[in-house]
Design a protein around this ligand. Structure first.
Ligand code: ATP
Ligand code: PRP
Ligand code: MG
Length: 215
């Protein structure tokens, strides 16, 4: 029974390679140079699909891929239906934060009950965060380059992932509140876990062992 793994190009692909190696699997083509979207591996029974980061849960939910790797941010926005999430892989670590222009007094605006315009790709996470705080927000959905929104008056604040903070610094923004820590998870299709358990279980265990070292 063949196995299909869904990964996104870039940091998730790079950080998953050592975990695959720990399971004895080598991806034999590089997605940065190949135009192929289905990559072979050293195991003829395992192939890798290259999809957008936010599409990984969708492929796995519908069984087009048996398993995949996705950020907690992406999983929260997706909702997680049909997905089993057995392992925190401790890769692609960052945090979800609220950021605003250096001159914007976020604390006072919140205390005074101002209505905030918040630009983000992560509308579910943002909605839940501000609802819990009792802050009224107008959410503005963006698909990238969130850091630009406060600079051109599109929003008062953004909700985005922060790692080193260099993107915020380069755009004169400051982190005003941390929402949650983010890392990537192994996600497995619930039906595949039952039907292909014998094939999947050793890989899940190898991923678990290899990622525990990074915890
Ligand atoms: P796309 O480019 O398709 O819009 P994306 O920007 O979400 O998607 P990546 O940048 O590869 O794709 O991010 C994949 C995951 O890595 C995110 O879901 C998040 O969990 C995490 N991540 C994003 N940015 C960083 C970062 N700067 N440092 C560490 N982890 C990050
Ligand atoms: C991500 C994210 C932030 C940045 C944060 O962008 O969207 O802009 O990283 O990281 P930092 O705090 O270390 O600067 P990414 O590098 O994924 O580029 P993208 O815009 O193509 O998603
Ligand atoms: Mg990105």
């Amino acid at each position: 029974m063949d196995l299909i793994l869904a990964l996104s190009k870039g940091r998730i692909f790079e950080d998953t390679l050592p975990l695959l190696e720990a399971a004895g699997i080598t991806v034999t083509e590089n997605p940065e140079t190949s135009r192929k979207l289905i990559l072979p591996t050293s195991d003829p029974g395992i192939r890798v699909l290259i999809v957008r980061a936010s599409d990984v849960p969708t492929y796995v939910q519908h069984g087009a891929a048996d398993f995949g790797v996705a950020g907690k941010d992406v999983l929260l926005e997706h909702g997680g239906e049909g997905l089993y999430q057995p392992v925190d892989l401790h890769i692609a670590k960052c945090r979800m934060s609220v950021a605003a222009r250096a001159g914007f007094d976020y604390e006072t605006a919140v205390r005074q009950g101002a209505r905030l315009r918040v630009a983000t790709k992560f509308t579910s996470i943002a909605r839940e965060h501000f609802a819990k705080k009792g802050v009224h927000v107008d959410l503005i959905k963006l698909y990238g380059s969130m850091e630009l929104a406060p600079l051109v008056g599109l929003s008062d604040a953004i909700v985005d992932v922060v790692s080193t903070g260099s993107t915020l610094r380069a755009n004169n923004l400051v982190e005003v509140e941390e929402i949650m820590d983010i890392s990537s998870r192994l996600v497995v299709n619930q039906a595949a876990l039952k039907m292909k358990r014998a094939r999947l279980q050793p890989i899940i265990e190898a991923f678990e062992r290899a990622s525990a070292a990074k915890a």
